[in-house]
Design a binder for this molecule. Structure first.
Ligand code: ADP
Ligand code: MG
Length: 242
């Protein structure tokens, strides 16, 4: 489904990714861990095709196609979708409007209405996208957009950050609906999820975990094992693998 070869990426002349190699099969759910500033968000934003992330070297293949030089909208049409760590505020474009656009005017569709209710977002549809949204509202709005878009490869950047205890299960359930229950119908859908706390592992059945450290992927393993190692030792020993 996805293959990354020797990817080097800079932002404003700062070298962030330093030779990433990564591949995943159709239907896999992969979780990325790593300390702040390691390059996790950069990796995702580069996959999606944001122009600020400059690819200096390397290749990105999605479903066997070389997408390294494709524009963001082309990648979205091919089936890539992202939920941002810090989504932008778009004043003047309501959440309802954006859902209408993604769903081809279908935000009144019964299935979508149900998702809106489940995510507790009905009262926010007429607000500007993320305009004054709380951390949890933003994350739920991000997930709603992904659920409506139904991309084949779902990129989710820190779904739990800024979400309070009560709402975190809503977020977990939403991700589970995208990757768990719905996956029975759609077993080829894959995901890459960046997590700080590992909380998401309680909701989705992740296949593999990776640690991103200083711009490269340093290890791979069972996500729960990796999480318990990080809890015990922190990321100190990752430098040795680097
Ligand atoms: P992570 O998601 O792993 O915490 P990021 O990918 O967000 O890390 O950031 C990697 C590094 O790139 C950090 O040192 C960060 O400060 C730097 N960085 C991110 N965005 C920019 C930017 N717009 N300009 C300069 N440096 C940036
Ligand atoms: Mg990040």
């Amino acid at each position: 489904m996805l293959k990354i070869q020797d990817l080097w990426v800079s932002i404003d002349d700062r070298q962030v990714l330093k030779g990433v190699n990564f591949s995943m099969d159709y239907g896999e759910i992969n979780v990325l861990f790593g300390p702040n500033g390691a390059g996790k968000t950069t990796f995702m934003m580069t996959l999606m095709g944001f122009p600020r992330y400059k690819i200096e070297q390397g290749k990105i293949y999605f479903k066997g196609m070389d997408i390294t030089n494709q524009d963001l909208y082309e990648r979205a049409r091919l089936g890539l979708g992202i939920s941002f760590q810090r989504p932008p505020t778009v004043r003047g474009v309501t959440l309802k409007k954006i859902i209408d656009i993604i769903a081809n005017n279908g935000s009144d569709d019964a299935g979508i209405k149900e998702k809106i209710e489940q995510l507790n977002l009905a009262g926010h549809l007429q607000r500007g996208l993320n305009d004054g949204f709380s951390g949890g509202e933003m994350k739920r709005s991000e997930l709603l957009q992904l659920i409506v878009q139904r991309p084949e490869l779902v990129l989710i950047d820190e779904p739990e950050s800024g979400v309070d205890i009560e709402n975190i299960s809503l977020v977990g359930e939403a991700i589970n609906s995208l990757l768990g229950k719905d996956k029975v119908k759609d077993p080829k859908r894959g995901a890459i999820i960046i997590t700080h706390t590992g909380y998401i592992l309680d909701f989705v059945n992740a296949d593999k975990g990776y640690i991103v450290f200083d711009g490269v992927f340093v290890c791979r393993g069972n996500p729960r094992d990796i999480l318990s190692e990080i809890k015990r030792h922190g990321y100190r020993r990752c430098a040795e693998c680097r």
